[in-house]
Structures are given as C-alpha cells and as structure tokens.
Write a protein that binds this ligand. Structure first.
Ligand SMILES: Nc1ncnc2c1ncn2[C@@H]1O[C@H](COP(=O)(O)OP(=O)(O)OP(=O)(O)O)[C@@H](O)[C@H]1O
Ligand SMILES: [Mg+2]
Length: 328
C-alpha cells in the first residue's frame, strides 16, 4: 500500500501559487482556497450540474479580496482582468436585474439591453488551460432581493434563464463573492473602532476575529445562501510588515517595466506607509500613494530624460517632503 501525499500540488496549481506569491501577501487561507478549486477542477471530481465552486470572501476593506481574484485569473490566463466583475451595488433595485439578464422580447428597450451574462461572454473568459469563467460578485451585501434570487438559482441549478428565454450554462463558472460583513464588528473588537490598536495586540491569525466575522455573516446572509457555498474564506487584516512587502512588490514591478532601480530610504518607506496604510483601510490607498510619490515623479524623470534605463533612483524624505536622487 502507498500512502497518499496530501500536500503534493499539480504543476498548474504550483504555477498559480507562484503568481500569487508575487502579488498577494499574508492571505494563506485565500491561496489555499484558490489551490483547492483548481485541483478540484483538474481532477474532474465535482458536481457537474452546479458551478465548479462558489466562495464567499469576507474581510475588511483593502486586504486583497479583489486583488486576489485578479492574481488567480492572471495565474491561469496571464491577464488579471479576464473575469466578469459584477458590482452588486449597481443592482440595488429589482428592475436593475434586466442589466444582467436582458429584458424579455416586447419590452421597451429590449434591443438595447444586452445581458451582462450570456453564453458567449462566459466562453470568452475561458483560458486555454482553464476552460471556465471566473465571476466576481463584488459587495454582495448590497444586492437586491432580485439579485439574490438570481444568485441562489445559479448556485443551485448551475443555469440562468435570460429575458429572451435563452439558458446560460453556469456549470463552468467559479463564483467569488466578496463582502465586508463583520469588518465593523472586528474593528470594534480590536480597538473600539478607532482605527488604531493597543500596542502588542495581534489582530491577525486570531480565531476570535474569525468567530466574530463568521457570526456577522450568519446574521446577514440567509442559511439557504450559506448552505450553497463551498467555503467561506476569511481575509486577514494587513500588518505594517505586510505593507513593506507590498511596497517591495510594487517597486519590483517598476523595475520590470522600465529597468529603473528604485531604492527607498527608511524615512521614505515610513512616510509611504504613513500616507497609504491604516489599520482600518489596510492597503486600500497604498497604490495611490505609491503612484503619487514614486511612479509619477520617476516617470516624469524618464520622460524628461533626467533618468536613463539602468539608473538608480534613491527616494528619501526630508522635513516631510519627498526628494529623488539619481545615481548609476
Ligand atoms: N494582501 C495583499 N497583498 C498585496 N496587495 C494588496 C493586498 N491587499 C491589498 N493590496 C493592495 O491594495 C489594493 C486594494 O486591494 P483590494 O481592492 O483587493 O481590496 P479589497 O479587499 O477588495 O477591498 P474592498 O472590500 O474595499 O473591495 C490592491 O490593488 C493592492 O494594490
Ligand atoms: Mg474589492
């Protein structure tokens, strides 16, 4: 008899995890969930009458729920945008649902309302090695009852009927639903909701936070919805050291794009983190801060030929102002 090695991963899953490691920090539960879904698909070991997988992602703002979905499809297809993103907040009224399914023939505007979801749209999202479509249902707590019913039908029957009576096959989809439910309760538990924690409080990897968040999800979402999910994945709050790693990843991207080496002084790192990170918003404003204080000034330097490829740019901060020094 041979013992099964349950930690072994397929080459496809390893490649996807590689992309993840370059883009997403401190979300191991999410990485494992994505690995599981890929292995499940590759093994063919799933119910073919329903979507391949349906996950609920919960956690505070700016921790990588959307970015992880992009890293997943980038790992599969090379393109981080190769998915259908449905902002549930845009479908708060029941009549908005026609934007997703189109209107029945005979209705005013029937010809103009192209359904967001249809068979050819889903097919166009398939990758050569990943014949399925990834659908990101963002901020599902904002969905109207009509959208809920539509989602329940998809999760249950693996199909969707359009206004034209055409049936959309949803069995080759992976549905990722994101929500901030429980974020407020978690923030309150950590720091009284003030946005800064007592020194020494470890707010990540905490079983207690998971319990609070899961309880909030159970209050918010109906059992019939939760029972149809394959898993609820909780995203961690980001720590200052995670921000440092994200900063390094962004600088590496710059290096690959323009062959420019950017070096941040400790003061510059600290200032970027101060401007772009908070315990409440996590990394939500980090990208914007990096753009403003690193990408834009360096691009300007390249465009005006003050910076050449292979140059090194040292970014520093003096008296609260960013300074840029060019060296070879
Ligand atoms: N864990 C992470 N690893 C790397 N980058 C991250 C991470 N979390 C957030 N970021 C950065 O912050 C930005 C915002 O993250 P993202 O949009 O994924 O947040 P979110 O969890 O979806 O938040 P929201 O609930 O507000 O939609 C990303 O574009 C990325 O640059
Ligand atoms: Mg998001």
């Amino acid at each position: 008899m041979k013992k099964l090695n349950t930690s072994l991963r397929s080459p496809a899953a390893m490649a996807m995890r590689d992309t993840f490691a370059k883009r997403i920090v401190n979300q191991s539960e999410a990485v494992d969930a994505y690995t599981d879904v890929l292995e499940k698909f590759l093994s063919g070991f799933y119910d073919k009458t329903k979507p391949i997988a349906s996950y609920l992602f919960i956690g505070p703002t700016g921790v990588g729920k959307t970015a992880s979905a992009e890293a997943f499809v980038e790992g599969l297809t090379g393109n981080p945008k190769q998915m259908l993103k449905i902002d549930c907040g845009e479908f708060q009224h029941s009549h908005d649902i026609s934007k997703i399914v189109g209107s029945p023939p005979g209705y005013l505007g029937h010809r103009e309302t192209h359904p967001l979801l249809n068979n050819s749209k889903l097919m166009s999202l398939h990758g050569p090695k990943s014949p399925f479509a990834v659908i990101l249902w963002d901020e599902i707590e904002k969905a109207s009852d009509a959208l809920w019913n539509l989602m329940l039908g998809i999760l249950d029957k693996g199909s969707l009927t359009l206004g034209t009576n055409e049936t959309v096959d949803m069995t080759k989809t992976i549905n990722l639903m994101t929500s901030n439910v429980g974020a407020k309760e978690s923030a309150h538990a950590v720091d009284g909701g003030l946005g800064f924690a007592t020194p020494g409080t470890d707010i990540t990897d905490s079983g207690e936070l998971k319990t609070i968040t899961t309880a909030a999800a159970r209050r918010k979402f109906s059992p019939e919805f939760l029972n149809r999910l394959d898993a609820i994945v909780m995203f961690n709050t980001l720590r200052p050291e995670d921000i440092d790693k994200i900063l390094d990843m962004e600088i590496e991207k710059l290096h690959q794009r323009a062959f420019i080496t950017v070096i941040l002084s400790p003061a510059a790192r600290k200032e970027i983190a101060r401007l772009g990170y908070s315990r409440r918003d996590n990394a939500r404003f980090l990208q914007r801060t990096i753009d403003k204080h690193i990408v834009v000034p360096v691009s300007g330097g390249i465009a005006t030929k003050q910076i050449d490829p292979l140059d090194r740019v040292i970014v520093d901060v003096h008296d609260g102002l960013f300074e840029y020094h060019i060296g070879v």
